[in-house]
Ligand binder design. Structure first.
Ligand SMILES: Cc1cc2nc3c(=O)[nH]c(=O)nc-3n(C[C@H](O)[C@H](O)[C@H](O)COP(=O)(O)O)c2cc1C
Length: 210
């Protein structure tokens, strides 16, 4: 029989608590967020504190946290606050290496599209470009930003309302629904681990009746 070890978050170093949380709460989808600053400089960075939280209104939330290392904020958060728009691109296996490269801590103003070789496409309703190679992209306006604290590691929730959706045609069935087995999404686990959503790793459960 397995035994249980218990932890009090108050007594853990933030770094260790961070690792425990991120290994246990997995897999997490990845928001590949494209933003611009007030001068029009483009930024592209990945965030796995991310999910969909509402369909009416359509709301996605992601969180560029304050750095544990030095308590600075991420360019994505600064841009989302400044210009109130973001494009959230989904990440499939074909662009996982470029996504990882874009998470380098480049200086402010550096365009990660250029650094990674990914292709900028003009959005229809917002100024930040979308990623051509992404299977699905959501053009969003920033509805609200909620700070969860002022210390290193504190999440900063960017609440983004979807105003336009782009989906690669080959992923859609005749009802314009996405076939999960064709999407080939990747997800973030703890540490350096990722997961690839292949058909072999999926199964269905029929909804209970009544
Ligand atoms: C797959 C992946 C997921 C990440 N998720 C987050 C996250 O949810 N929150 C966060 O603050 N940083 C996250 N990071 C780190 C940021 O991408 C990294 O700090 C990046 O340099 C921020 O860029 P920016 O300052 O241009 O916004 C993640 C990195 C990777 C590779």
């Amino acid at each position: 029989m397995s035994t249980i070890k218990s932890f009090d978050p108050e007594t853990l170093e933030t770094r260790d608590l961070h690792k425990l949380l991120l290994s246990a709460v997995a897999p997490r989808p990845i928001a590949f967020a494209s933003t611009i600053d007030s001068k029009g400089n483009v930024n592209l960075s990945p965030f796995s504190y991310f999910n969909v939280f509402s369909s009416n209104p359509p709301i996605l939330i992601f969180s560029p946290s304050r750095r544990v290392r030095d308590n600075t904020t991420k360019h994505t958060l600064q841009n989302a606050d400044e210009t109130r728009e973001v494009v959230i691109n989904m990440v499939d296996y074909s662009i996982v290496e470029q996504m990882s490269k874009s998470s380098n801590e480049y200086a402010k103003g550096v365009n990660e599209f250029t650094k990674t070789g990914l292709t900028e496409v003009n959005s229809l309703k917002v100024k930040p470009p979308r990623v051509l190679e992404s299977p699905v992209s959501f053009e969003c306006v920033v509805d609200n930003i909620i700070s969860l604290g002022d210390n290193g590691g504190a999440g900063q929730l960017v609440i983004a309302k979807v105003v336009h959706i782009h989906v690669k045609n080959e992923l859609l069935d005749s009802n314009n629904q996405i076939d999960p087995t064709k999407l080939d999404l990747v997800a973030r686990l703890g540490g350096d681990w990722y997961s690839r959503l292949t058909k072999e790793s999926m199964f269905t459960i029929t909804k209970p009746k009544g």
